[in-house]
Design a protein around this ligand. Structure first.
Ligand SMILES: Cc1cc2nc3c(=O)[nH]c(=O)nc-3n(C[C@H](O)[C@H](O)[C@H](O)COP(=O)(O)OP(=O)(O)OC[C@H]3O[C@@H](n4cnc5c(N)ncnc54)[C@H](O)[C@@H]3O)c2cc1C
Length: 510
């Protein structure tokens, strides 16, 4: 039944359990192929973080500089974080075109849009070429209004695309056309993104890991970076403070000072000395001094039903497309080959000072909110059993877009701020970061406006950021729920939910 949803208490998501079981059956030696680091090692490029950003960066490095020594360290296992927990929507960014134009101007925005469109296919090609069975399905993605207040929210993007001759990238649908794809009693009109796909997210992450190992990259799982070039994460980091000056050391051959990453693992302490570093930390970046003030961490939960292929046929949802409502606190749903529904979203909560604790993985209330979304969108599935639930952190930036930059004066490069939409974009992020790490100034990825390194607007310092985010989130969830029930939210509630937009952030309902 849909009630009483217990998350898997930070354990592996269903996706990751499935992926690890398949991996153990096909190639048992892979489990031991990424031992924890102990002692000192050297690298041309050290990558911190084994989610998609780190893995795609390493993958691109093996193409750009096959002889480079690439060392990736991951505190859990590759794909143990959001890259093995997400909804598996591989979307392009055409629905973000107005925001992209605001940020980059028209040519820059279209260039970024085209790169994101190509990234979806790149995921499919990678899977096909490397025998990674991540269920890559390019059946598009439907966003449907589930209340009058949600009608037409996509029109600014549709209009901008039409103006630039790209009208087929996002196609408005009538209520009948929505019903032809999936029948929900609350769905109204909608919009369809033909270029979107879905994947089994953890199989993709583990597939990337396997291919990297085959190409000679070194991976140390169970290994946490505790200090990078003299900086440490923590409370002060989230405020942008807590910096220590890195020791003035010269490279071993008298060359430039290497980046030193100190680590800890069950095997003991270690360090990597590298010519350059890529930090692919996602929400964990919020605790590091370089990035803390420009990120808000946010929880997001997914529930997974038992296999119900016949019930999917009853609601006419057999085309494999991703589906979402059009709330700001959106619900997104996709199916699996054995006929399950995975549904995520419905609100989430802000974290404090970049700390990623149990609230991001263990909240029965937040998982229950996702399950309630399924009940509202498809009341006929009320009796369907939820077999699993899990959560993870997302990294929200002020304009809802990631940014890719470098620490001033140091060969340390970073990318984060995907704001819950990183599966496809991390491919592009990996290209940018790899090109920066080996100084390929002529790489086309560095010509993208997204690679300009310009940081987004900072958030207010803690505790104002945490308190403000919680207050505004309550207002947004309450307002959108009232609108769905056909009630009119009061002036104060509406204005509070709009406050981020009034303050110049591309966040929250209009
Ligand atoms: C529930 C949920 C659903 C989502 N659904 C979608 C979706 O459908 N489509 C979409 O596009 N996006 C979705 N996202 C977002 C998407 O998962 C992320 O944007 C993407 O996975 C980011 O990849 P990453 O490599 O940057 O981060 P991650 O996958 O988080 O990887 C970062 C890694 O860094 C490691 N790490 C952190 N600190 C250290 C340290 N000090 N030392 C060593 N390692 C460290 C972490 O353990 C982690 O594995 C979702 C996210 C969540 C949580």
């Amino acid at each position: 039944m849909l009630g009483g949803v217990r998350p898997t208490s930070g354990r592996r998501s269903w996706w990751l359990r499935e992926a690890l079981a398949a991996e153990a059956a096909a190639a048992p030696h892979l489990a031991e192929a990424a031992p924890p680091l102990r002692g000192t090692t050297t690298a041309d490029v050290v990558i911190v973080g084994g989610g998609y950003t780190g893995l795609w960066t390493a993958q691109r490095l093996t193409e750009l500089e096959p002889s480079a020594r690439v060392v990736l360290i991951e505190s859990d296992i590759c794909g143990g974080g959001p890259s093995g927990r997400n909804g598996g929507f591989v979307t392009n960014w055409w629905d973000e075109l107005p925001t992209l134009i605001d940020r980059y101007g028209v040519p820059g925005a279209i260039g970024v849009g085209e790169a994101m469109e190509a990234a979806v296919d790149e995921v499919g090609t990678f899977c096909a070429t490397n025998d990674v069975d991540a269920w890559f399905t390019k059946s598009g993605s439907l966003s449907a209004s589930a209340a009058p207040a949600q009608d037409g929210g996509w029109m600014p993007a549709v209009t901008a695309l039409r103006e630039h001759g790209l009208g087929d990238r996002l196609v408005p649908l009538t209520a009948d056309e929505v019903r032809a794809r999936v029948r929900s009693p609350v769905f109204r009109e909608g919009v369809f993104m033909p270029g979107a796909a879905t994947v089994q997210p953890a199989t993709l992450a583990r597939g990337l890991r396997r291919v990297l190992l085959e190409r000679g990259a070194t991976i140390h799982e169970g290994t946490t970076a505790t200090e990078i070039d003299g900086q440490r994460p923590g409370w002060l980091g989230a405020l942008g403070a807590g910096t220590r000056r890195a020791p003035r050391r010269r490279g071993t051959a008298g060359g430039p000072r290497p980046v030193r990453v100190r680590t800890t693992s069950a095997a003991g302490d270690g360090e990597v000395l590298a010519a350059s570093a890529v930090l692919a930390l996602n929400a964990w970046a919020g605790a590091w001094p370089w990035f803390g003030p420009r990120l808000v961490t946010w929880s997001s939960y997914i529930v997974l039903t038992e296999p119900i292929p016949d019930r999917l046929a009853d609601i006419g949802w057999t085309g494999g497309e991703g589906v979402a409502d059009a709330r700001f606190t959106l619900h997104y749903l996709r199916t699996t080959p054995d006929g399950r529904i995975a549904l995520g979203g419905g609100g989430g909560r802000a974290g404090f000072a970049g700390r990623i604790g149990p609230a991001f993985t263990d909240s029965a209330a937040d998982a229950g909110r996702a399950a309630a979304g399924l009940r509202r969108l498809f009341p006929s599935l009320r009796d369907v059993r939820i077999e699993d639930a899990w959560g993870g952190p997302i990294d929200i930036s002020a304009d809802h877009l990631p940014w890719f930059g470098s620490v001033r004066g140091r060969p340390i490069h970073y990318g984060h701020g995907y704001s819950g939409n990183g599966v496809g974009p991390a491919v592009v992020g990996g290209r940018i970061l790899a090109a920066r790490a080996v100084e390929r100034a002529d790489d086309p990825a560095l010509a993208l406006a997204l690679a300009d390194g310009r940081p987004p607007q900072p958030f207010p310092p803690e505790p104002a950021s945490y308190l403000g985010a919680r207050l505004i989130r309550e207002a947004a969830v309450r307002r959108e729920s009232m609108e769905e029930r056909g009630e009119k939210p009061g002036f104060v509630l509406r204005e509070l939910s709009r406050l981020p937009r009034r303050l110049g952030y591309h966040l929250g309902p209009e």
